[in-house]
Design a protein around this ligand. Structure first.
Ligand code: NI
Length: 207
């Protein structure tokens, strides 16, 4: 499928780059012997836009992430949600907490870029979020509801935009100029980056 190919063309899942991308280092394996990818490469991989997917398809893929995340954790027991079955990596609730918390940023960036002219977008160190906000003590159902509400909210806004809105730009303090398309692509790719790690945890827990 065209959509899948376009969105999955994001490079390797073993990147250890973190910094402005808001991807948890614990779910970005650094102990697998693979060479680390420089943050700048990871950033361009996540934010790249080759026009291989149309705007309507992109919104559909973005909205579909709600079901993809719910499906990924469906049927897990409370013990499984809290378990850290893969050494050095997050529990499932920590991963979903990261995804929901990141979505707060992504949604704000998308909405801000539509509403304002050349808004400034700030990076954040997600490593600090995980510990200080205590993701392990988050409520999975609450996090899923937050993620879903944010994506539904932005999906509705995106579907109302005229085609020219997709060329709107923001200025990121580290990445520089980003288009609305790049911001939505990044949100889609970020979720898809993390879903295999949830599957990895489940495979260990359920075997
Ligand atoms: Ni992440």
């Amino acid at each position: 499928m065209k959509v899948i190919r376009a969105l999955d063309n994001q490079g390797d899942e073993n990147s250890t780059a973190v910094a402005s991308l808001m991807c948890g280092p614990l779910d970005h394996p650094s102990d697998n012997g693979d060479a680390e990818m420089p943050t700048t490469d990871y950033t361009s991989m996540m934010q790249g836009d080759n026009d291989s997917i149309g705007n309507a398809e992109l919104i559909d893929a973005y909205e579909k992430g709600i079901d993809e995340l719910r499906t990924a954790v469906a049927g897990m027991t409370p013990e499984q949600i809290l378990a850290r079955p893969v050494p050095g990596k997050w529990s499932t609730v920590e991963c979903v907490g990261h995804l929901a918390d990141t979505e707060v940023f992504f949604t704000d960036r998308i909405v801000r870029t539509i509403a304002l002219d050349r808004p400034l977008l700030m990076s954040a160190d997600e490593k600090l979020y995980t510990e200080r906000l205590r993701y392990q003590e988050f409520d999975l159902t609450e996090q899923l509801a937050l993620f879903s509400a944010l994506r539904r909210h932005a999906t509705r806004i995106l579907r109302m935009q005229l085609p020219e809105a997709w060329r709107r730009i923001a200025v990121h303090n580290e990445s520089g100029i980003l288009t609305l398309r790049q911001l939505v692509l990044q949100a889609v790719r970020h979720l898809r980056h993390h879903l295999p790690f949830i599957a990895e945890k489940r495979a260990v827990l359920e075997k």
